[in-house]
Structures are given as C-alpha cells and as structure tokens.
Design a protein around this ligand. Sequence first.
Ligand code: ZN
Length: 118
Amino acid sequence: MYDLSLESRKAVLRRPERCDWIRTGAYVAIAVLAVAGFALGPGREHRALSLAGIAVAIALLIRWHAATFGYRCPHCGREFRISAWADLFSPNNVTAKYVKCPECGRRDWMEALVWESA
Ligand SMILES: [Zn+2]
C-alpha cells in the first residue's frame, strides 16, 4: 500500500551513512533517558510524566524509523517500506531486520537501507 507514494517520489535506497546512525543514536538516547528518568525519579507525578515521555519517544522513534528505512528483497530485488507496526514487531539487529517481502512473500533478514529522493 506504500507503492504509489514510492513510485511518484522516485525514491531510491542507499546504505545508511554516519549521520543516519547519529540520528538513530540520538532518538534511542532520548528514549533511554526517559526510561532512566522513570526508573530513578521519585514520586507518582514524576513517574506519570516520564511514562508519557517514554511513549512519545518510542512513537517518534518508530514512526521515523519506518519512514526513513527501506529494505531490498534478496530473492526478487523488490525494494519496499514496512509499516510502523511491522517495524515495531519485526525482529531486528543493528543493521538488518527480519521482514516479509510484499512481492514474493518470502521472509528473510534484510539490510536496513535509507530512502533518498532522487
Ligand atoms: Zn521478494
């Protein structure tokens, strides 16, 4: 369902660069700080606030991640995007994600690449 917007924007996939990793790290750091604030802070109000912070940080991180990263199927070469939900629930390591190809339907570990408007 992301195909139309992709084709009209003529996006291409490139490998992540240093700045992409720095940005990823910054978002993760904010989420970790929010979690730490929740764990260390005293009082119920503080905890409620921290919890809200954690939710916002995670939501932003996942939305950004799903919009920024794309995957190329090693079996059929199809380049595709995944939804924020799929992003959240798919197993992943630092550079790859276990996702399903919308073209051939095969599941595999695919390298996370970055969309770039051509
Ligand atoms: Zn495929």
